[in-house]
Design a protein around this ligand. Structure first.
Ligand SMILES: [Fe+2]
Length: 408
């Protein structure tokens, strides 16, 4: 059962390139699973039911939409799936007991080894280290096409924050940039907002007080993912932008003060915004983790925390943990602070990176930023589509984008 070809052309109804993987060497049927070996000595096991479920023939997968048509629950043979398996012209060929036949491309199977992480060009989040400095991408490179966009997207998804430099001082430029990737995410404050001050302010909207570190709109079931803030003018004295990596803070707490970490992870609290027109509330923990324990989200906004509905002992323990988080946020190892210049835009993951603003003196000049939000799915999608093209030039499996952009 030796493989013969490096690039077997089996249509797997999959747009991401998969044909450049190693060739199949052998397959060994077991009791419930098939063991597959490649020429590079990688070995993987796939359950027979999994293989039946992932058949990519036009009966099982729609050839145009690429969506699954096969319904295991309607197949009497599914629970006893056990095929004859051979390697024919480098392709894994399976003949099932009911006569159905499935063919699997060697590279496609290799990408889907159960122990392999899906490598689709989207980087994992990496916590800021002590010497973290944000990546800068020029506005011209972003507008020029794929390389600049890939660098900007990769840095944003990996670091949770990225800067765009040397853009035009034009109203609504933030909208034009956002719409390169997807529609603006609207909230009860609208889709696009102004952060503006004037000399000698005559209205509370133009106040110049500092804003403590926070995430926006944690009172929503799904707070905005990415915030984009485009600086049109920043002539006033003060007014630095402050950022802290909430994931790094939570991760540090997990190791340094585990009880406090667990308290913030396991205690849902109430967040709420109310005005004449809206009352948007949700109950959620400050730190949210996924099924593997990886930090998924931080909700932290002291002025829209609602009533703390906890018995006294739990309330006090929660306040202690909350204070520890708050103190950690102020430690330089988790922070970057800088002043945005006109024509510069910062984009950050609002469910990870907390933001704030230093106080400034509005009598020394104008400060005008325009901002909006964007769903992270649009950004990941954009990067995956870019990775399709990048990986066709690669010799084997696609490269990870995390290595493409150094932190400058
Ligand atoms: Fe904010």
């Amino acid at each position: 059962m030796q493989s013969q070809s490096q690039s077997p052309a089996v249509e797997m109804s999959e747009l991401f390139p998969y044909a450049q993987g190693p060739a199949l060497r052998a397959c060994h049927p077991g009791d419930k699973a098939l063991e597959v070996t490649w020429d590079n000595a990688d070995i993987a096991r796939y359950s027979y039911r999994w293989l039946r479920d992932h058949c990519a023939c036009p009966e099982c997968r729609h050839p145009i939409t690429r969506e699954r048509l096969y319904m295991p629950l309607e197949d009497d043979a599914f629970l006893n799936a056990s095929p004859d398996a051979t390697i024919e012209d480098g392709v894994l060929a399976l003949r099932w007991a009911d006569g159905h036949q499935s063919h699997f491309d060697a590279g496609w199977l290799h990408q889907r080894r159960p122990e392999a992480r899906a490598d689709d060009g989207v980087p994992l989040a990496e916590a800021w280290r002590e010497d973290f400095a944000p990546v800068h991408v020029s506005h011209a490179d972003m507008m020029a096409g794929s390389d600049g966009r890939r660098e900007w997207l990769t840095a944003l998804l990996r670091d949770g924050l990225v800067l765009l430099d040397d853009g035009p001082r034009e109203l609504e430029e933030v909208v034009r940039i956002t719409e390169l990737f997807g529609p603006m995410r609207a909230t009860n404050f609208g889709a696009r907002f102004d952060v503006q001050s004037k000399p000698n302010p005559n209205n509370a909207a133009y106040t110049a007080i500092g804003l403590e570190l926070h995430t926006d709109l944690p009172n929503w079931r799904h707070p905005p993912d990415i915030q984009l803030l485009y600086c049109l003018e920043n002539e006033a004295e003060g007014g630095a932008s402050l950022f802290a990596d909430g994931f790094a803070v939570a991760e540090a707490m997990r190791h340094e003060v585990p009880e406090a970490f667990l308290r913030l992870r396991d205690t849902p609290i109430d967040f709420r915004f109310q005005d004449e027109d809206s009352d948007i509330a949700v109950r959620a923990p400050v730190i949210d983790v996924d099924a593997t324990g990886r930090i998924r989200e931080v909700r932290f906004n002291n002025w829209i925390r609602d009533t703390l509905r906890l018995p006294p002992e739990e309330a006090d323990a929660w306040y202690e943990a909350y204070l520890i988080f708050w103190q950690r946020l102020r430690e330089p190892r988790f922070r970057v602070d800088f002043a945005l210049g006109s024509g510069q835009m910062v984009a950050f993951d609002n469910r990870r990176v907390l933001h704030g603003r230093g106080a400034f003196d509005p009598n020394t000049g104008r400060r005008h930023l325009q901002g909006t939000y964007l769903d992270i799915d649009h950004l990941e999608s954009h990067l995956r589509v870019l990775a399709r093209h990048a990986s066709t030039a690669a010799p084997a499996t696609p490269t990870t984008s995390t290595n493409e952009t150094g932190v400058s």
